[in-house]
Design a protein around this ligand. Structure first.
Ligand SMILES: Nc1ncnc2c1ncn2[C@@H]1O[C@H](COP(=O)(O)OP(=O)(O)OP(=O)(O)O)[C@@H](O)[C@H]1O
Length: 253
C-alpha cells in the first residue's frame, strides 16, 4: 500500500500553509519530514492522514482518492500519531491502546485473541507493558507519547504517520523509537526536528519550508550545509562519522 499526494494545497484564513506539495510514501521504509517551526509539517501530515481535506491537488491511497474513502476503511490502512495527542482522562494506558483496534472490530464482535495480541505486542514494542493499568491522566509526557504510539501500532497499519513522536522522550527512548520505526514492516513518514536523527534513521528526507517541498532524497544528498543555511538560517558542517555513510551535523555555535 502506498500513499501519495499530488500538488496538494491546504489553506488557513486564505493563506496557503501547504503549497503544492507532491510526495510519495512507499510501502516500506521511513521518510523523515524536516523543516522550521511553522513550515507546514503537521498540516501536511494531517492532509495526508485525511484529517483535513485538501483545498487543491489530490491525496491517493493505493491510487484511490482518500477523500472518497470511508473513514473506517482509511483507518484500517493508515495510523496517525499527532504531536499533542490526548484522550479520555478516565482511561488506563491499556484502554487507550485498545482504541487502536476500533477500525478492525464491529460493534457486536467479541474481543478476540488477535486484538489482545496486537495490544500486548504494541505495549511491549514501546516498553510500556508495566504501566498498562495506570490511568492515562497520571502518565508522564513521554509515557503518554509512547502509549499513543502503541495505540497506532495496535491498529496494525500499513502506513504510519507520526508528528514529532520523539519530542517528549529522553534520548534512550528517542533512539529506541527510531530503531522501532526503522524496523517496522510498513511505510512511515515522521516529522522530526533533530537532523542527525533524521539522517541516521530515515531512508529519505523531505524538506518543507513555507509550505513548499524544497528537497527530497537520501540523507546524503539532502542534509547539506547549504540546505541547513537556506532553510534554517544556521551555519553548519556536515560529515559522516568515520566508517559511516550517513551525514552528521555540527552546528557553528
Ligand atoms: N487552523 C489554522 N488556522 C490558522 N493558521 C494555521 C492553522 N493551522 C496551522 N496554521 C499555521 O500554519 C503554519 C504551519 O503550521 P504547522 O503546525 O503545520 O507547522 P509545523 O511545521 O508542524 O510547525 P512546528 O515545527 O512548530 O510543529 C503555522 O504558521 C500555523 O500557525
Amino acid at each position: 500500500m502506498t500513499l501519495e499526494c499530488r500538488n496538494v494545497v491546504w489553506r488557513a484564513d486564505g493563506r496557503p500553509i501547504v503549497d503544492g506539495v507532491s510526495l510519495s510514501i512507499p510501502k516500506r521504509g521511513v521518510i523523515g519530514l524536516v523543516g522550521p517551526n511553522g513550515s507546514g509539517k503537521s498540516s501536511l501530515l494531517r492532509v495526508l492522514a485525511g484529517l483535513r481535506p485538501a483545498h487543491g491537488g489530490a491525496v491517493l491511497l493505493d491510487g484511490q482518492l482518500l477523500s472518497r474513502m470511508r473513514r473506517r476503511q482509511v483507518a484500517r490502512s493508515l495510523a496517525f500519531v499527532a504531536q499533542h495527542a490526548d484522550t479520555g482522562t478516565e482511561l488506563s494506558a491499556h484502554e487507550v491502546v485498545m482504541l487502536g483496534r476500533t477500525p478492525h472490530r464491529s460493534a457486536w464482535a467479541a474481543w478476540s485473541k488477535t486484538d489482545d495480541d496486537a495490544i500486548s505486542s504494541a505495549l511491549r514494542q514501546v516498553k510500556m507493558e508495566h504501566k498498562a493499568a495506570q490511568a492515562w491522566s497520571t502518565l508522564s509526557g513521554g509515557e503518554r507519547q509512547r502509549v499513543q504510539i502503541a495505540r497506532a501500532l495496535a491498529q496494525k497499519p500499513e502506513l504510519l504517520l507520526l508528528d514529532e513522536p520523539t519530542n517528549h522522550l529522553d534520548i534512550r527512548h528517542q533512539i529506541d523509537l527510531l530503531h522501532l520505526l526503522r524496523n517496522l514492516e510498513c511505510g512511515t513518514i515522521v516529522a522530526l526536528h533533530d537532523l542527525d536523527h533524521a539522517a541516521a534513521f530515515c531512508d529519505r528526507i523531505a524538506v518543507i519550508t513555507d509550505g513548499r517541498l524544497i528537497a527530497e532524497g537520501t540523507p546524503e544528498t539532502v542534509i547539506t550545509p547549504d540546505m541547513i543555511a537556506r532553510v534554517f538560517g544556521v551555519e553548519a558542517t556536515v560529515h559522516p562519522p568515520s566508517g559511516q555513510r550517513r551525514p552528521r551535523v555540527s552546528f557553528c555555535l
